[in-house]
Design a protein. Structure first.
Length: 549
């Protein structure tokens, strides 16, 4: 599908598929590539024109595929290389782009590179970050993101290796020229197979200091200290990404999305402004723990207004509320109870009304909600178990720790896609790898397909409007102040003498409208079922409206 990237990049609406949970084609309880192929007609009807697939490469599965043991082979539970090639081919036949996850901050400790590197006397000795013990223990007191020390000792080598994430995810040494050469060769290999781009995982951490020092950040409950201030967004990392762009992204005309840790707007600009020649877009990673308890309106306005201001001159914007690392948006930012439907629609209308490229995470278009399992044993996410253990260490009771997991678990986003109201939500004929959400009998694609006012049909109308309306893609954005900053969020889009007005009440209480609204039919409203009954001068709970002024 070669074409000038500038001709198609800004027209994308990207759907993220978490393959393990999307559709199981063979009854083993695990979603697979042929399951994705089966559902391409559904995705095409939804209106998206690009897919981003989370990893399905060979992996022991310690971190659900983000611990890769072979970048150029398919984990058997997901299918074969022939299945992968068929998926790429069929996406292109349907006019859809396909992006793969690129996880090259670290590999699995079962990758052949690491197995060789565990001995000093071989050609891959420097592929990873090795340090001598200090006084018989770890080189520093740094913490892994997933808890415990960021160092693991290997007796055969007599040294520790560094792992920012799980101990089974050793960090690659990007200072080693052979690492860069091997990774770039792998990326080119996939591009030659027809992959249209990459979402690049954990980019901000590629560079590691030559000399490790103790972190100054406060200790974790287990006594270790976070390492982010020592390794995040260093100049060497930007040099690596720039080389990726020069040697792979640009020659192969790939669309690229970097997952970045942004402490400042300047960090975002460094990755995503076009003159930097790094990524086309960047997804700022914010740990769910940092969003718990925040007011949704204030959070959304601050985040999106600051990102827009940072990127409006020479950048492009990745728009998302959900992904595989976050709780479900209708549960965390909306209302999963009384106002479930209008809140799901209101959040969608807010996001797709903004400039940039919108991302839809699987099940978001159905209004899928968090799944609150009653036992920690039902959770499969490594990080959820680490959060639970950390809360116990801090003095919480098991019940309190489980409630803490409910607030932040990544498994909320990873329960099986709810296709039908039948057995296992139509995801599998077998036993699913993780439990299905109990509300699948009420929230599922089969029922929503039949209801013209469902969340699913709202997404279809919204995506169709966005794809045909240049003003939504490229018009200017201006947020509008209101007297109700904890309830109302409003903005105006303008281009070529035309103007669109968006306003939403993102609360469970009615709210006065502080300025005159257009006296015409809206383009879309989240209260479709009772559109004509809005009280004069007020917005109902989770009512969002988009007009042309």
């Amino acid at each position: 599908m070669q074409a000038n990237k500038k001709d198609w990049l800004r027209d994308l609406v990207i759907y993220q598929v978490y393959p393990r949970s999307f559709m199981d084609s063979n009854g083993d309880g695990i979603g697979d590539l042929n399951g994705v192929r089966q559902k391409l007609p559904y995705l095409q009807e939804l209106g998206v024109n690009a897919l981003w697939l989370s990893p399905f490469f060979c992996s022991p599965g310690d971190d659900n595929g983000y611990d890769i043991s072979d970048y150029q082979n398919i984990q058997p539970e997901f299918g074969t290389m022939e299945d992968c090639e068929a998926l790429i081919r069929e996406c292109h036949q349907r006019g859809m782009r396909i992006l793969f996850d690129l996880v090259v901050n670290h590999t699995s400790d079962e990758h052949p590179w690491f197995l060789e590197s565990s001995s000093r006397d071989n050609g891959k000795s420097d592929y990873y970050i090795w340090r001598d013990p200090v006084d018989g223990h770890e080189p520093t007191n740094w913490a892994s993101v997933f808890g415990g020390s960021a160092w693991e000792y290997v007796p055969a080598r007599g040294q520790y290796y560094f792992h920012l994430f799980s101990r089974k995810q050793p960090d690659l040494n990007w200072r080693c020229p052979d690492v860069k050469k091997a990774i770039f060769s792998m990326m080119a290999w996939w591009a030659q197979k027809g992959v249209d781009g990459f979402r690049v995982d954990a980019v901000s951490h590629y560079s590691k200091p030559e000399v490790f020092v103790d972190s100054t950040l406060p200790p974790m409950p287990d006594g270790y200290r976070p390492a982010f201030d020592q390794i995040c967004n260093k100049p060497e990392t930007h040099a690596i990404v720039h080389a990726m762009n020069r040697e792979i992204f640009t020659p192969y005309n790939l669309v690229t999305v970097g997952e970045v840790a942004c402490e400042t707007d300047q960090d975002l600009q460094n990755y995503a402004l076009s003159q930097r020649e790094e990524f086309d877009m960047a997804i700022p990673f914010v740990p769910p723990q940092m969003e718990v308890g925040l007011n949704p309106v204030e959070l959304l306005r601050h985040r999106f207004e600051s990102q827009y201001e940072a990127l409006k001159d020479g950048g492009w914007w990745a728009l998302f509320l959900s992904n595989h690392d976050k709780p479900r948006q209708v549960s965390s930012l909306g209302d999963e109870g009384t106002y479930w439907e209008p809140s799901a629609k209101a959040l969608a209308l807010f996001l797709h009304g903004l400039p940039g490229t919108p991302f839809v995470y699987e099940g978001e278009e159905l209004g899928m909600t968090n799944a609150y399992f009653s036992s920690i044993d039902d959770y499969r996410d490594l990080d959820s178990h680490n959060v639970y253990r950390s809360l116990l260490l801090s003095g919480k009771t098991p019940e309190e720790a489980l409630h803490g997991v409910w607030q932040v678990s990544r498994d909320h986003a990873r329960t099986p896609m709810q296709w039908t109201s039948g057995n296992q939500a139509g995801f599998t004929t077998g036993t699913p790898w993780i439990r299905v959400n109990e509300n699948a009998s009420r929230i599922n694609a089969e029922q929503e397909q039949k209801d013209p006012l469902s969340v699913l049909h709202f997404y279809k109308k919204l995506i169709a409007l966005r794809r045909r309306e240049p003003l939504l893609k490229e018009g200017t954005l201006e947020f509008i102040d209101t007297p109700y900053p904890k309830q109302l969020i409003a903005y105006r889009r303008q281009k070529g003498g035309r103007s669109l007005l968006f306003i939403a009440n993102l609360s469970d209480k009615a709210c006065p409208v502080p300025f005159p609204l257009p006296d015409k039919e809206p383009l879309l409203t989240s209260w479709e079922r009772e559109q004509s009954s809005r009280p004069a001068g007020q917005l109902r709970p989770y009512e969002a409206i988009l007009w042309e002024e």
